[in-house]
Design a binder for this molecule. Structure first.
Ligand SMILES: [Zn+2]
Length: 157
């Protein structure tokens, strides 16, 4: 089973949290694309504005109305077949319908998989590891240093 990070659900609606910006979107029964989100094949969830360029061209390749208008010569057909083959390899067994709705987007378009942007959670994990500490140890340090939450919050700003 796929782990859907950033996914919170109750009876009437779902909330999605962008792993990059922390932005939250709440909606009922709709696609990622419609709410301005995307999910990559490795399960990263983020605002669709962060998608790397080229995804809409890939989706267009599978749109018959778009292909028909492009064909004028035999070379055009060859080029389209080549593009299409490359695209099919890229999407593997995923359905283009899902990808067009920004589900299971190939990792080449994911800014986190391509290390163009970073997940806040993963950066925190990195920082903890680099500092040779844990959430538990850090919580203790914060508790010792600040006598109340207000002071701690002010320090963070
Ligand atoms: Zn990813």
């Amino acid at each position: 089973m796929k782990v859907r990070k950033g996914f919170v659900s109750n009876s009437s609606s779902s909330s999605f949290i962008c792993e990059i910006s922390g932005e939250i979107e709440t909606s009922c029964d709709t696609t990622y694309k419609e709410i301005g989100f995307a999910e990559c094949e490795n399960g990263h969830i983020f605002c669709s504005e962060f998608l790397l360029p080229g995804i809409d061209d890939l989706i267009k390749l599978f749109d018959p109305s778009n292909i028909d208008t492009k064909i004028t010569t035999v070379e055009d057909i060859d080029a389209i077949i080549k593009d299409r083959k490359r695209a099919e390899e890229m999407i593997k067994c995923e359905s283009i319908y899902d990808i067009a709705n920004y589900y299971e987007v190939p990792k080449v378009f994911c800014p986190i998989c391509q290390m163009e942007k970073f997940s806040k959670d993963e950066l925190i994990d990195f920082l903890l590891k680099e500092s040779n500490t844990t959430i538990e140890k850090l919580s203790k340090v914060v508790k010792e240093r600040f006598s109340n939450y207000k002071d701690f919050k002010e320090y963070l700003e």
